[in-house]
Design a binder for this molecule. Structure first.
Ligand code: HEC
Length: 219
């Protein structure tokens, strides 16, 4: 009886040893381990940037449909040409009401984005000019320039020669606020009256939706 039990035990021990060797020997630490329930690991849905034949181009990340516009985007119809700039100077008007807040925001944004070239007071003597890093920055009072709100907006949209575009850094509202501040800098340089902030809201005025930066009509 005793020998039989001993034999059974040694079989068991042998089995456990062999089984462990079999299991351990197949494990390769450089490869992913066995997945017992693969659907717990592999997503059913398509993965971002995954490659799947079903998509045109074979990629899950597709371009937006043609004609798609980002939220808050407004069409700007003046072309990026000298004629476009001159037309914007002549006929594009600032739809934004002048308030203490719009002027203060305009100044803050101008000091961030524009002053390094144009100077805090718009005389074309920004820090980059003083350090001779850039040349040809005009003063806003330059009589040959004819600076108007529409022109200021236009050059922010497209840039002008060595000046870059600010269309992606600022929204429509902010560009018009900057335009107000630039007009005030020009007026200060020329000694003409500044824009007067309106304290009372006129009955019908175009204002801007601060969240989206879009122009909205207020009644
Ligand atoms: C990297 C330097 C630089 C920065 C920053 C810069 N500008 Fe300019 N800006 C220029 C240069 C250079 C010109 C002259 C371009 C030309 O006429 O060739 C110019 C011209 C202008 C003009 C005159 C356009 C005209 O009608 O002739 C305006 C207005 C203007 N910038 C506004 C701005 C505003 C507003 C900002 C900030 C949002 C800004 N600039 C930021 C370099 C800069």
């Amino acid at each position: 009886m005793k020998t039989i039990t001993n034999m059974k035990n040694s079989f068991r021990i042998a089995f456990v040893i062999v089984a462990s060797i079999v299991m351990v020997s197949c494990f390769d630490s450089s490869k992913p381990n066995y997945q017992y329930m693969p659907n717990m690991y592999k997503p059913v849905s398509y993965e971002t940037y995954g490659e799947y034949e079903i998509f045109p181009g074979g990629l899950e990340a597709m371009l937006p449909a043609e004609g798609t516009i980002p939220r808050g985007w407004q069409p700007y119809d003046y072309p990026n040409t000298t004629e476009g700039l001159n037309l914007a100077k002549a006929e594009l008007i600032n739809p934004l009401m002048v308030t203490d807040k719009s002027l203060a925001n305009g100044k803050q944004l101008y000091d961030i984005y524009c002053a390094l070239c144009h100077g805090v007071n718009g005389d074309g003597q920004g820090i980059l000019v003083q350090r001779e890093k850039i040349l040809g920055i005009p003063s806003y009072a330059d009589p040959g320039r004819l600076i108007t709100p529409g022109g200021i907006y236009h050059v922010q949209m497209y840039g002008l020669n060595s000046m870059g575009s600010y269309a992606s850094q600022t929204n429509e509202l902010e560009r018009w606020q900057i335009a107000q501040h630039v007009m005030n800098l020009k007026a200060t340089l020329e000694g003409t009256p500044l824009l007067a902030p309106q304290s009372t809201v006129p009955t019908e005025t175009v204002n801007m939706d601060t969240a989206s930066g879009n122009a909205v009509a207020e009644h």
